[in-house]
Design a protein around this ligand. Structure first.
Ligand code: FE2
Length: 153
């Protein structure tokens, strides 16, 4: 499958969020390359990392939206939940030996890109308008661990 290229219209304007989104795109490309090579063990390893990273990114976003009192937080969370459930179903099938990579990749490429351009672009102004939150940061490298703990509690 073809590689995804970052285009500037995917930038939300929040540096840390754009960094995380770019990392997700990198993972998508890594997954795509591993799958093209037919390397099943690397493919499943990257798939798991991609899913884990994406889920903690969602938690990070939701925390940010909470702090910003984003009025559509509930709806945004709901979209993340639906996506998470679909991914969990695919992972279950992968665990049963099915090759779900193409499905995961096409879902990610279409869904995630639309989500970044639409839903994510929508909460940026709320964050920017919140005093002290204009340029949020990942907490000294621990955000991933914290978000994961929160997510899998
Ligand atoms: Fe989002």
């Amino acid at each position: 499958m073809s590689q995804l290229h970052w285009s500037n219209d995917l930038d939300t304007g929040i540096v840390v969020i754009d960094k995380q989104h770019r990392r997700i795109v990198d993972y998508i490309n890594e997954l795509s390359a591993a799958h093209d090579k037919g390397d099943a063990s690397v493919t499943s390893h990257v798939l798991n990392e991609l899913v884990e990273y994406t889920l903690s990114h969602f938690s990070f976003e939701e925390e940010l939206q909470e702090k910003a009192n984003y009025p559509f937080l509930k709806a945004h969370k709901r979209v993340h939940e639906i996506f998470t459930r679909r991914v969990a179903e695919m992972q279950k099938r992968a665990a049963n030996g099915e090759d779900v990579t193409d499905e995961v990749l096409s879902m990610l490429k279409i869904w995630l890109i639309n989500h970044i351009k639409g839903d994510d672009a929508d909460y940026v102004q709320s964050v920017k308008n919140t005093p002290g939150l204009e340029e949020p940061e990942e907490k000294s490298g621990s955000w991933l661990g914290n978000s994961l703990k929160k997510f899998f509690r």
